[in-house]
Design a protein around this ligand. Structure first.
Ligand SMILES: Cc1cc2nc3c(=O)[nH]c(=O)nc-3n(C[C@H](O)[C@H](O)[C@H](O)COP(=O)(O)OP(=O)(O)OC[C@H]3O[C@@H](n4cnc5c(N)ncnc54)[C@H](O)[C@@H]3O)c2cc1C
Length: 281
């Protein structure tokens, strides 16, 4: 199938893009890498009258370390993250290779993946783990949205009409933290059936900072706060089984054609265990 007729615009500044959004309202749709939007257009699941291609806006392509963490512009490609990395235990770099295939990552963007808010996507899970701040640009300037408030349902984010995701600031983990990214998919490159992101710091064998996120097991990625609590102050080895059990109990997965809720609980327990084994000192 092909999309219905539509107009196309490629502004060179953020202001120009925001003016177009303000002028055309919900008739307009930002186009980033097109890896999710173009299939939706072709299947006529989305029928915008105007595509605003944000790929030529230099301001959205920044990638730099700031005092609050790594600032990644919305149109930085997933492949660039994979190639350049962000240092430290680099959860972003661990997660990106799980996104589709290299050709897809060469076009797909960080902002597109986060704005699209697919519950099975990797980057929203990393954003939640690293307590990222999403920065929205709109007619009244910039607005910060924390990761926990950004994802409001499957394929839904909390951007207001007329706003664009400008950049994301991914928080830093303690210098001693080790990271792991584990997911189960039927074939390499498929979306995850379930996955776990982990960043855990220890001191003298005891956990001082634990961040665990499950994804593809509900409407949004979810921090495994019960499992994080189980780990606090203990050695990873001694808490491994309890943390995995807590993780499986605290998610609210659903049944779909890829697996039952019960299957996903078991997957999360296993993936949590493996991620924790990866980060054990
Ligand atoms: C075969 C295949 C396999 C894939 N596998 C995976 C996978 O395993 N994991 C995964 O996470 N993804 C996967 N994807 C999706 C891919 O990673 C996309 O890159 C990503 O979902 C969207 O990024 P994009 O830059 O292509 O955005 P687009 O497709 O251009 O846009 C997606 C949506 O976000 C909106 N949008 C884009 N940028 C902004 C912005 N700055 N501000 C506000 N709204 C914006 C668009 O209007 C649109 O609604 C796969 C895609 C394909 C084709």
């Amino acid at each position: 199938m092909k999309p219905p007729p539509l107009s196309y615009s490629r502004p060179h500044s953020l202001d120009e893009a925001l003016d177009l959004l303000a002028e055309h309202g919900d008739e307009a749709r930002p186009l980033a890498g097109g890896q999710s939007l173009v299939p939706m257009l072709n299947h006529r699941l989305s029928r915008p009258g105007l595509l605003i291609d944000i790929g030529a806006i230099a301001q959205l392509q920044r990638m730099e370390r700031t005092e609050s963490g790594w600032l990644i512009g919305a149109t930085v490609t997933q492949r660039r993250l994979e190639r350049d990395g962000t240092g430290g235990c680099d959860l972003l770099r661990l997660a990106v290779p799980f996104i589709g295939h290299r050709q897809i990552r060469a076009r797909g963007t960080v902002g597109g993946s986060i704005a699209h808010a697919d519950p099975a996507a990797e980057l929203p899970a990393v954003a939640l783990t690293l307590d990222a701040t999403m920065v929205a640009a709109g007619p009244d300037g910039e607005r910060e949205i924390d990761a926990a408030s950004f994802f409001v349902g499957p394929y839904m984010n909390s951007l207001a009409e007329g706003e664009l995701l400008s950049h994301v600031v991914f928080g830093e983990v303690p210098p001693t933290a080790r990271c792991s990214f584990r997911e189960f998919a039927r074939r390499k490159g498929d979306f995850a059936v379930a996955g776990v992101a982990a960043a855990v710091a220890t001191d003298d064998g005891s956990v001082t900072d634990a961040r665990l996120t499950a994804f593809a097991v509900g409407s949004n990625p979810v921090r495994l706060s019960a499992a994080e609590g189980v780990l606090a102050g203990r050695s990873i080895d001694s808490a491994l089984a309890d943390a995995a059990e807590a993780a499986a109990a605290e998610i609210e997965p659903w049944d779909d054609i890829h697996g039952s809720a019960q299957y996903r609980r078991q997957l999360i327990a296993t993936l949590t265990k493996r991620a924790l084994q990866d980060v054990a000192p």
